[in-house]
Design a protein around this ligand. Structure first.
Ligand code: IMP
Length: 441
């Protein structure tokens, strides 16, 4: 069994996708940061500035949305992949922060085929949420849905368009068209004040951003295929979580992309057989931000305690996250749909002071018991009443533990039961935000 300092786990496979088996926010940024120490290429596979991850390394704490972890590895190439939607201003902000604080950062590449999130997408995101009323999804307001919608409509701007001579003219024409649409939507919603953008400011900012971004734009597919031919270590970093997958998650309470292995394939062009493993970041309890069913949600002081100890506030929006006991049924479904082959259990230490722990091993729906999700439709999930298995807490500080063998017996029992119920081995355990607070099993 490797020791805490022995990160050989991350070199045991050459092509790995790191995703999240739940509803996001499980701490995969830290895992990708660890993996990226040994990787040549790290690809952010899906989503945009809706995702948020925190990375702690020798240069400090970074809260990033677009740039993948691995930015501090001077040997690495960090790619914002084809399946992403890129807010160009956000990319520039993150890039500037990194080059200010990291002595020799990684190289950066923006896929020319990724789509751009434009200023109007953010306005439309908010307007559509308002029009949904009680059925609002609880989006991050970062323009993700509208940007992906334009991509599907084949009318979006791609990152590569920034390099075209006609870009500023096309941008200005579209700005005017979108403004008319926004004015119409606002009127429909009863708003009198409909003017939206200060054209001079928006155009000036876009010109500046375009200049800064241009050198980073390139053919990501080619770069990834070349790295693969050279047998380099390649890591995918998903945004969000498997249960937020556009198609296999609980539509419509989902994001507009694919966090699982499908998203990795879109951003890399790899076929399933080329992918060695998919690591599923899995939190020792559960959280969700935004709306939609969460069967094990706690509305009591225990839920509040999980939120406070686990610092469960959205990295992007600062919203308090909904909290609950570990849901093995939902995690198993997320793992299956995302193609997860092994799990990395995160934030185990958050459970240190709980006298009793519960794990949801089944749902009771309309008098019937289920041990798996048979329908991810929210109407089905909303009716689910959790069936729990209780375990005694370990009531010891695990944040100082650096090997699986040194964990309290009750913590080992908890981990073994999770493995059994989810049906996938837990290979990595994280007991704190630092790189050192990690061991392998
Ligand atoms: P959107 O991706 O902003 O459109 O939001 C759609 C749903 O996904 C909402 O419930 C969001 O709260 C959720 N979501 C988006 N990004 C993240 C993330 O990085 N972590 C967790 N939830 C997210």
């Amino acid at each position: 069994m490797p020791k805490a300092s022995d990160n050989s786990y991350w070199t045991q496979a050459r092509i790995t996708h790191i995703t999240d088996s739940q509803w996001g926010d499980t701490g995969k940024g830290k895992l990708v940061d660890l993996a990226a120490q040994h990787a040549s290429v790290i690809i952010k596979t899906n989503g945009g500035a809706n995702a948020g991850h925190t990375v702690q390394n020798e240069f400090g704490t970074f809260k990033l949305h677009l740039i993948p972890a691995g930015f501090a590895n001077p040997q690495a190439l960090c790619i914002v992949g084809t399946g992403c939607v890129v807010d160009p201003h956000e990319f520039v902000k993150e890039y500037k922060d990194i080059v200010k604080r990291v002595s020799s950062p990684a190289q950066f590449l923006l896929s020319d085929k990724a789509h751009l999130v434009m200023p109007w997408h953010k306005v439309l995101d908010t307007l559509r949420e308002v029009s949904r009323g009680k059925g609002a999804i609880g989006t991050t307001g970062r323009g993700i849905g509208p940007a992906y919608a334009d991509r599907a409509l084949r009318k979006g701007f791609r990152v590569g368009d920034l390099l075209k001579k006609s870009f500023m003219r096309d941008f200005t024409v579209e700005l005017q068209a979108q403004e008319r649409l926004i004015a119409w939507l606002k009127k429909e919603q009863g708003e009198k004040k409909t003017e939206q953008f200060d054209h001079k400011v928006v155009i000036r900012e876009m010109k500046k951003t375009r200049e800064i971004l241009s050198p980073f734009i390139g053919n990501a597919y080619q770069a990834i295929q070349t790295a693969n031919e050279q047998k380099k270590i390649i890591i995918g970093e998903a945004g969000q979580g498997a249960l937020l997958d556009l198609d296999l998650g609980g539509y419509p309470y989902v994001t507009s992309s694919h966090p699982g292995v499908i998203g990795f394939m879109i951003s890399t062009g790899f076929t399933p057989k080329q992918i060695d493993r998919v690591v599923g970041s899995t939190k020792a309890y559960i959280t969700r931000v935004g709306n939609g069913p969460l069967p094990t949600e706690l509305f009591d002081p225990t839920g509040e305690k999980l939120r406070e100890i686990g610092h469960e506030y959205g990295a992007t929006t600062g919203r308090p996250r909904r909290t609950g006991w570990f849901d093995a049924v939902a995690t198993a479904y997320g793992s299956q749909t995302a193609g997860i082959t092994e799990l990395a259990l995160t934030k185990l230490d958050v459970l240190d002071s709980f006298e009793t722990l519960k794990i949801c091993k089944g749902y009771s729906i309309d008098g019937k018991e289920y041990d798996k999700i048979v329908d991810s439709d929210p109407l089905w999930m909303e009716k689910a009443k959790p069936i729990y298995q209780e375990l005694p807490g370990w009531l010891e500080d695990t944040s100082v533990v650096r090997s699986f063998a040194d964990l309290p017996k009750r913590a080992k029992d908890y981990i073994h039961l999770l493995e059994k119920l989810v049906g996938i081995p837990i290979k990595v355990v994280s007991v704190g935000p630092s790189r050192e607070a990690t061991f392998y099993h």
